[in-house]
Design a protein. Sequence first.
Length: 171
Amino acid sequence: MSADDAWRASDQPPSAHIVDALKSAKLLKTFTPTGLHILATIAVEKTLPAGTPLFVENMLGEGLYIVSRGRLRVSIRAPDGRDVPLLVLEAGDSLGEAALLRAGPRSCSATAAEETVVFEIARRDLMQLQKQKPQACLKLMMCVADVLATRIRESEQDLRRFVAWRAGLAG
């Protein structure tokens, strides 16, 4: 369903469980009920059985995901082919935020650790919704920028240690 179709259908309020799932997302904690209802018109629910990939590293990223229920294992592929676990995401967490800013390859893989429900906000739908509701879309982009900036700041120390190690300066 495109955002145009979703917005035309929005005379009927989005399902309460979609709004509740979005309300529980850390990414959307500053959204008003009206803003959550607007985003709910383009959020698509997906249920993943345990062990099912949501996406794999290097796959084209086309949207953001919010975990509603269950857990996702996030990992990267090492040069020798092994899966290297990075973290586990739970209800309220989000991933794939950068795909809303630009289409590009995923930097990691995400797999359901158990039956997991996520809500996807696709970039193409957000761009369509932006024509009717630019404030809500701008607010989402500001929240995404804040999350990405926080992640960069949190990884700075690891990057410094890696650079020192590569330069042979690590002790």
